[in-house]
Design a protein around this ligand. Sequence first.
Ligand SMILES: *Cc1c(COP(=O)(O)O)cnc(C)c1O
Length: 361
Amino acid sequence: MARVYNFSAGPSMLPEEVLKKAAADMLDYNGTGQSVMEMSHRSAEYEEIIHGAEAVIREVMEIPVNYKVLFLQGGASSQFAMIPLNLFRNSKRCDIVDTGTWALKAISEAKRYGTVNIVASSKDDKYRSIPALDPSKFDKDADYFHITTNNTIEGTVFADLPDTGNVPLVGDMSSDILSKPYDISKFGLVYAGAQKNLGPAGLTLVIVRDDLIGHALDFTPTMFNYKTHADGESMYNTPPTYAVYIAKLVFDHVKATGGVKAMHKKNLEKANMLYDFLDSSKLFKAVVAKGDTRSIMNIPFVSPNEDLDKKFVKEATKVGFVNLKGHRLVGGMRASIYNAMPVEGVKKLVEFMAAFEKANG
Ligand SMILES: *Cc1c(COP(=O)(O)O)cnc(C)c1O
């Protein structure tokens, strides 16, 4: 069967070049006579892979030297707990912007260990926007300030980062890391589950400023302490070896194809193409209003009714545009168009949507 255009929110598409390289390496990585999956994580070959992965991600994201790069497990969801466990050290208070499902999970975990101040929420707008932030409401003594940079389910993105002064800004970047340039020095910590823009599920990337490591609450489990993994260079225990290897191939691919700036340009081209169509369509419409808080990674949209939504998803699937069904909380459709989605995939989707509109309008 031919490869499909996969619009899944995650796990999602990987660059075909990466999959081909992995296939070629499967039985014999680099003349070792083994698959990377079979390799000891303490072997020289594997150390080269994991250290190489760190070097390339540092280069493409321009990560400053005073930040550690950690390859962890447990998904972004484990970070909802790991962040308060490690960052609550003085006031044990944090500010969190409530922008939807994932932010709410960060809130409910942080509440187990300290006090959460919801600085702003777009709940009243059904999370179809990023709420305006009033800096006078920011807690100057908060131990951290948390945002979800891109809201995967709702399709919104922070157009500007809040200025939190000396309070470390923490960003859940699961669904837009590597999609556009981010100035890491503006953050104390960023984290991302790999399965959207970085590689396979099972790997979680954490980038954390040195001074935030080593102050975990005393009851923090060893495996949930950033210091454990910083000291162990992500090899305190067995890392997700194969997932790190694939992520390295993805990082190499990003670098070889022009870096994060080139990704951003391509992502804007794809997103603009789809939004332009949605804004001019008489049948379909984007859920998030026009403006700079529309995500370029996850684009929810609807037709006039649920029956037509269903028909659209069914017919799209038949011709190779898969996973367009919207999240159960939002309904309708959602096209997730991460880095690995080719421009051609969005172009063909728009053509298909135009034809569907003609037949059903
Ligand atoms: C997918 C996602 C998560 C959850 O990631 P897991 O790795 O499944 O735990 C958290 N936050 C955001 C923004 C996401 O997109």
